[in-house]
Design a protein around this ligand. Structure first.
Ligand code: GDP
Length: 481
């Protein structure tokens, strides 16, 4: 990282091994070409085929995205109503609709992008805060991924109950009514959030994709990392294997390709890194997500963090019988970056290491960029801090994350690092063991379909996909390993 080397150009390639297109104007998005200097060196290389497909996607997006004439023509189809002729449609789109917190959003955008790549669609996103561009840069050169404000379907109430969803059409047998499947239909909504039902899940089936592929406009709502389920479709699987020979690095590549913090957020990140983290020999990131809103078992979680970091030798023991003496510096140092909505862990950990000496003479410092107390997704300043902390965590040498938290998944995925996971949720006692090493840097897909496309029966998705395993932090979830 930048902290250990004064000349960042020596050890890496600012295009991230060709993942990023060259030729963007650097000024409007400094993070795009600067992030390599702060990131830990990636253990994974993108495949040449992924690079080729990304460049092809970018060309497609430039040709079809707003405000091109192709986009306007496609919009005409939508306005003409559902029976507009779809023959000769030049471009197809998937419009991503947000749900849940920033971590969930980032994971599901990445999944929707991969789906767009596989299905030759153009990804457009509905923004949620005071302009998504205050949070993230445009990912595709010479075009925009933001859905224009005057898009006709912008404010539709997409949800599991939305009556024109693909699942609903199947459920009420309305698809058979269209001669030739769904030919002629200009728009469909697919619901892929945690509360989807068996009809919605048919999205993942090969036969259903053959129907859906004819429809130029698709709206997609999800709060999940649904990438693993795309492998269920044999028509996608071969392509996915070529794109990602290292399956445990799918989000690592997609995340670094898509999500570049805006200049405002990048300034938060780089300033914080320089002021607090760069000087240390080593950095440890600890992400603490407390899901038990009312219970707030902070004292148990604190003990859990201490148990975990000591037993896994991520932090040195402290000698509780001695008082710390002021050090002259010069010894080994470790900076611990804490990310949490709450400040209690920071105060306690800092107190422990400042009052007593650490064995080995290591100087341990603690740093927490913000403590927002509660989630306020949609506030640009709040989301900006969350994004900054995900990035700062990803720059650490080792990572401790919280079970079930998509916030932590984003950090570990960007880093390409396999974290130690604090087991939970914590109720009456400290979990034993306090933490375990995860299986891969991939995010966990919390609600896999567990649906057999052939029979409609329930089946464990891990049985169908041998390269997935049940998540260690959330047993009903699965992940690529
Ligand atoms: P998840 O709920 O842990 O899966 O993560 P999400 O990111 O989807 O939603 C949690 C939201 O709460 C975040 O997006 C932030 O808005 C906020 N949040 C949770 N933990 C932190 C934290 O450590 N730092 C900051 N700045 N915000 C947090």
């Amino acid at each position: 990282g930048a902290g250990s080397s004064s000349d960042p150009s020596v050890h890496d390639d600012k295009l991230l091994d060709g993942l990023l297109a060259a030729g963007f104007d650097e000024g409007p998005c400094l993070s795009r070409y600067q992030s390599y200097a702060y990131a830990k060196e990636s253990p994974f290389k993108p495949s040449p085929y992924l690079l080729q497909r990304l460049r092809e996607y970018e060309a497609l997006h430039r040709r079809c995205g707003p405000p091109t004439s192709a986009y306007k023509r496609s919009l005409g189809l939508l306005k003409a109503g559902s029976r507009g002729a779809s023959a000769g449609v030049p471009c197809k789109y998937v419009v991503w609709d947000p749900e849940n917190g920033l971590g969930n959003r980032i994971l599901s955008i990445a999944s929707a992008f991969l789906y767009a790549l596989l299905s030759q669609r153009v990804l457009l996103v509905i923004d949620w805060s005071a302009g998504l561009d205050s949070l993230l840069c445009e990912p595709f050169p010479g075009s925009t991924w933001l859905l224009p404000q005057d898009f006709p379907l912008r404010r539709l109430p997409f949800s599991q109950k939305y009556s024109e969803s693909y699942g609903d059409l199947l459920k009420w047998g309305r698809i058979g009514n269209y001669s030739g499947g769904m030919a002629g239909q200009a728009f469909v909504y697919v619901h892929l959030s945690h509360d989807y039902d068996d009809y919605d899940k048919r999205f993942y089936c090969e036969a259903d994709q053959l129907l859906l592929e004819k429809i130029p406009w698709m709206a997609l709502r999800s709060d999940q990392y649904f990438v693993p389920a795309l492998f269920l479709n044999r028509a996608f699987e071969g392509e996915l294997v070529r794109l990602f020979p290292e399956k445990e690095a799918v989000f690592h590549h997609l995340g670094r390709y898509l999500f570049h913090p805006s200049n405002e957020v990048w300034d938060l990140i780089t300033r914080y890194y320089r002021d607090h983290l760069a000087g240390a020999n080593e950095r440890l990131g600890v992400q603490i997500r407390v899901f038990d809103g009312k219970l707030r078992p902070f004292h148990l979680i604190l003990r859990q963090i201490i148990n975990c970091t000591l037993s896994e030798k991520l932090l040195p023991e402290v000698d509780l019988r001695r008082r710390a003496t002021p050090t002259t510096g010069g010894g080994p140092s470790k900076a611990v970056l804490l990310a949490s909505l709450h400040s209690v862990f920071y105060h306690k950990m800092k107190g422990m290491y400042s009052e007593h000496p650490a064995t080995g003479g290591e100087a341990v410092s603690f740093h927490q960029p913000s403590h927002e107390e509660e989630q306020r997704t949609g506030s640009a300043a709040h989301d900006g801090k969350a994004l900054a902390e995900m990035y700062l965590l990803s720059m650490a040498d080792a990572l401790v994350t919280s079970s079930r938290s998509t916030f932590g998944y984003v950090a570990q995925g960007l880093a390409g690092a396999t974290p130690w996971v604090l087991l939970g949720p914590v109720h009456e006692s400290v979990p034993e063991p306090s933490c375990v090493r995860d299986l891969s840097p991939e995010p966990c897909f919390h609600f896999p379909p567990n649906y057999d496309c052939e029979t409609g029966a329930r089946v464990a998705t891990t049985k169908l996909l041998p390269f997935t395993r049940r998540c260690r932090d959330f047993r009903r979830g699965i992940k690529l390993v």
